[in-house]
Design a protein around this ligand. Sequence first.
Ligand SMILES: [Zn+2]
Length: 182
Amino acid sequence: MRICLNPGHDIHWDSGAINATLGLRECDVVLDIGTRTEAYLEDAGYEIKLIQSNNLGGECPALPCVVDTANQWKADLFISLHCNAFNGVARGTETLIYQLGSSAHQLAAFMQKSIVSSIGTIDRGIKERPELIVLNSTMMPAILIELAFIDQNDDADLLVHHADSFAKAIATGLINYREGLT
Ligand SMILES: [Zn+2]
């Protein structure tokens, strides 16, 4: 089974959200968690392609295109990793999908449960976001996990000091999804 992992944003071109107080950039936080997730899933026998790029769907042709890479590689599942940011107060984990009731929704449900139960983040649920390129232009079930809020200091602390727990929880969520299907 082939999994395309997409830590959001780009360490050279797009930091994503930041926490200025703690000196954190979303692009670095999700790359760290994504790389750790890759290792756990490879240990579990999955084939992984990890791609972080500022070219999601062709808008930045000099860089590798995220959705083309996933589609051409024929990934079975696509998982994008992001951190949320709002007002410095909001907290929690949410998973975004193209459409409720899809197979991506099932995967999202296993992910939410795994992350919230093992890390203890607030459960903000599963939400439809059909306008997101990584969800609407990927040919396989695709989810985007907003792991926690980087601009809220308690959530940010979890992202940094429990990066490995997030990775383990993502891998477990995926494995549970697979086992739930069989
Ligand atoms: Zn993001």
